[in-house]
Design a protein around this ligand. Structure first.
Ligand code: NAD
Length: 414
């Protein structure tokens, strides 16, 4: 039978397994296996050549038993409804694992920002907010950046929402520029969080970060900052990649040079002639492999050949269920996406708290709080992994889903 590469279906399988292990009813499984709300919108945008193009967008809200839903908006040509639904469930799990007062949400627009002008992107961003404005808001559902969206796009979206509501609403969206109420440390938060859990994972194996060899797939927001932080912590960054190819050197790459030369879409390898493929990169010698690009990169096809002892998923959904089983059987420690990449939503939460308070924290305070939250999240998941004898992904789902299920139970929904 062909391996299941539909991330939504795979997520449902583990949600069901986690809730069953925790002893919840079939009704709870039915409730939490699907988002409570998915809106599909059509967005007409006037293009620079005066033609009108109609874009399709989605907003999925997984569950709001714990509190408002929260999650990014992705601009990508391959966005699908199933992907957005899976991503909204992962956001719920992340919020549960790091104990934030949110459920998960996610949005996406089928588009290619690389082919659009600055003003076309502005019109698309504003059009999307108008289309979803009924179901979002600071106490309903709070968007944020994701793949190929950034602080400028968040600023336009915040401005559009504020105009619709006729009051200033910085707490409508996170990932904003600092001058509009963004938080210090938000841009680097995902990578900082990954760095913190890598440190924790290495400790379980008795390896010092200074002796660690790291390979990172993807050199965008998550991958490039991670390379920077790992390099600064004294680890050897032996491999990196982007959509065009990969670089690998067992003696370590010149991280500062690569960071300096990368473009705003996270590409840099085109400048080199000695590249290998992304596929080859994943199988190179290293202690820690960090997929930080796209889904379904470690599958039943290559899981046997992964040499890393620790796989830390900065990307969402990079490892299939079958590959998780193979890696776990081989003794590889997987730090799953719903835990590893939760740093972004943690600092997004801090941003929302600061907006609600109208009082802003220094960067050091953000980092310190992020460290505490991520370490606690790792400990909780790792303890369930050891005590319940389940793999790290199932352990993370068990920790992540419990708060949601309890909130739904107390509300009398199930
Ligand atoms: P990004 O768009 O900034 O960078 C993506 C990187 O992956 C780029 O280097 C790109 O060239 C590379 N890439 C794209 N397609 C590829 C392919 N087919 N093969 C190999 N490389 C490819 O995105 P990002 O924000 O760094 O996000 C990367 C992953 O991390 C995504 O799965 C995202 O959902 C996840 N993530 C990001 C954040 C965040 O705050 N940035 C938070 C949580 C999870």
């Amino acid at each position: 039978m062909a391996e299941n590469l539909n991330v939504f279906r795979s997520t449902q399988v583990i949600i069901e397994e986690a809730l069953t292990k925790l002893g919840y009813s079939q009704a709870m499984i039915e409730l939490l296996k699907e988002p409570i709300r998915v809106l599909t919108v059509r967005i007409p945008v006037r293009m620079d050549d005066d033609s009108v193009k109609i874009f399709t967008g989605y907003r999925a809200q997984h569950n709001d038993a714990v509190g408002p839903t929260k999650g990014g908006v992705r601009f990508h040509p391959d966005v699908t409804e199933d992907e957005v639904k899976a991503l909204s469930i992962w956001m719920s799990l992340k919020c549960g694992i790091v104990d934030l007062p949110y459920g998960g949400g996610k949005g996406g627009i089928i588009c290619d920002p690389r082919q659009m002008s600055f003003r076309e992107l502005e019109r698309l961003s504003r059009g999307y907010v108008r289309a979803i404005s009924q179901i979002v808001g600071p106490t309903k559902d709070i968007p944020a950046p994701d793949v190929m969206t950034n602080s400028q796009i968040m600023a336009w979206m915040m401005d559009e929402y504020s105009r619709i509501r006729e009051f200033d609403a910085p707490n409508f969206i996170t990932g904003k520029p600092i001058v509009l109420g963004g938080s210090h440390g938000r841009e680097t938060a995902t990578a900082k969080g990954v760095t913190i859990v890598i440190d924790q994972a290495l400790k379980t194996r008795g390896i010092s970060i200074k002796d660690a060899k790291v390979v990172i797939q993807g050199f965008g927001n998550a991958g490039s900052y991670l390379a920077k932080f790992m390099h600064e912590a004294g680890a050897k960054v032996c491999g990196i990649s982007d959509v065009h190819g990969a670089l690998y050197d067992p003696d370590g790459l010149d991280v500062e040079y690569l960071l300096d030369r990368r473009d705003s879409f996270g590409t840099v390898t085109k400048l080199f002639s000695n590249t290998i493929s992304n596929k080859e990169l994943l199988e190179q010698e290293c202690d820690i492999l960090v997929p930080a690009a796209i889904e379904n990169q470690i599958t039943s096809e290559n899981a046997e050949r992964i040499k890393a002892g620790i796989v830390v998923e900065a990307a969402n959904g990079p490892t299939t269920l079958e590959a998780t089983r193979i890696l776990t059987e081989r003794g590889v420690l997987i730090v799953p996406d719903v835990l590893a990449s939760a740093g972004g939503v943690v600092v997004s939460y801090f941003e929302w708290v600061q907006n609600n308070q109208g009082y802003y924290w220094p960067e050091e305070e953000v980092h310190q709080r992020l460290k505490e939250v991520m370490e606690k999240g790792f400990e909780n998941v790792y303890n369930v992994h050891i005590t319940r004898k389940v793999d790290m992904r199932l352990a993370a789902y068990m920790v992540g889903v419990r708060k949601m299920a309890e909130a739904a139970r107390y509300r009398g929904w199930v």
